[in-house]
Design a protein around this ligand. Structure first.
Ligand code: IPE
Ligand code: IPE
Ligand code: MG
Length: 264
């Protein structure tokens, strides 16, 4: 069994502050275009928003922050933009990891890293190892990540891990093999930049996340805008399939297992 089950099987405990926030950081290019700057200037400015968001999460006691930095589809962009994004990722790892470490942040990178330059792969490994004992905030960067890739690699690993199984697989057989099995599923998903789509981000894990879309472009998504998303989250009623009446006077964590489990 994974450390954290899927919310379609178990109702997770919820609280006013989300434990896990996952963000599609979109709108860098448009931010730059509005200022007649090259797209890359938007990406560079976006790194500052990452810093501010990490700080906000630390201050608000959020345990997991997951950021979509580069999708498996982003290789389709012009070669120059892809190469500048890789450079920026390398630079950010070199410049930021000490500060993350000082602040008790554990860095993890998920995605198919095999497509990255060996130097970048090593840098990722070293940064992850250096911060491995930190627990204040788990910061996950999704890089060359795709939700379908994740499910497929999990299926492959599941089949390899139990070659003799009869084929009666359940969610809890698969979940431990997903790239982010170390984290609870996101409570709150945010996408900046105005588009209302998932773009192959965490497909499995977003099954019961609260979705928040904002027109604010990522470089302008400051801590006040982040608080706006958190305030919206606090207004939501997370039912996980149950009725509103069942929730009155109960926190999901206190409902009996027969109320809260589908297939217990
Ligand atoms: C998101 O900003 C950053 C990455 C995908 C790397 P975009 O570059 O997609 O910005 P827009 O959507 O063109 O404004
Ligand atoms: C999604 O943004 C990926 C990241 C933010 C890394 P895109 O801007 O690439 O998404 P689409 O292609 O417009 O859906
Ligand atoms: Mg975009």
């Amino acid at each position: 069994m994974a450390l954290f089950g899927s919310s379609t099987r178990n109702v997770p405990a919820t609280s006013a502050v989300p434990r896990h926030v996952a963000i599609i950081m979109d709108g860098n290019g448009r931010w730059a275009k509005k200022r007649l700057l090259p797209r890359f200037a938007g990406h560079r400015r976006g790194v500052e928003t990452v810093r501010e968001t990490v700080r906000a999460c630390l201050e608000r006691g959020i345990e997991y922050l997951t950021l979509f930095a580069f999708s498996s589809e982003n290789w389709r962009r012009p070669e120059e933009e892809v190469s500048l994004l890789m450079q920026l990722f390398r630079r950010a790892l070199k410049d930021e990891v000490s500060k993350l470490h000082r602040n008790g942040v554990r860095l993890r990178v998920v995605g198919d890293l095999s497509r990255f330059e060996p130097e970048l792969q090593t840098l990722i490994q070293v940064s992850e190892q250096r911060t491995a004992a930190n627990e204040q905030l788990i910061l996950t960067i999704a890089a060359n990540y795709g939700g379908r890739w994740d499910i497929l690699q999990a299926v492959r690993r599941m089949l390899i891990s139990q070659p003799d199984a009869s084929g009666e697989w359940s969610e809890s057989d698969l979940a431990p093999h997903l790239a982010m099995s170390y984290a609870p599923e996101p409570d709150l998903f945010i996408r900046t930049g105005g588009e209302q789509r998932i773009s192959n981000f965490l497909l499995w894990q977003l099954a019961y996340s609260e979705l928040y879309f904002t027109d604010v472009l990522w470089p302008e998504f400051d801590s006040a805008a982040f608080d706006g998303a958190l305030a919206s989250y606090q207004q939501r009623e997370r039912r996980f399939g149950r009725t509103s009446e069942q929730l009155v006077g109960h926190s999901p964590a206190t409902l009996s297992p027969t109320d809260s489990r589908i297939d217990a």
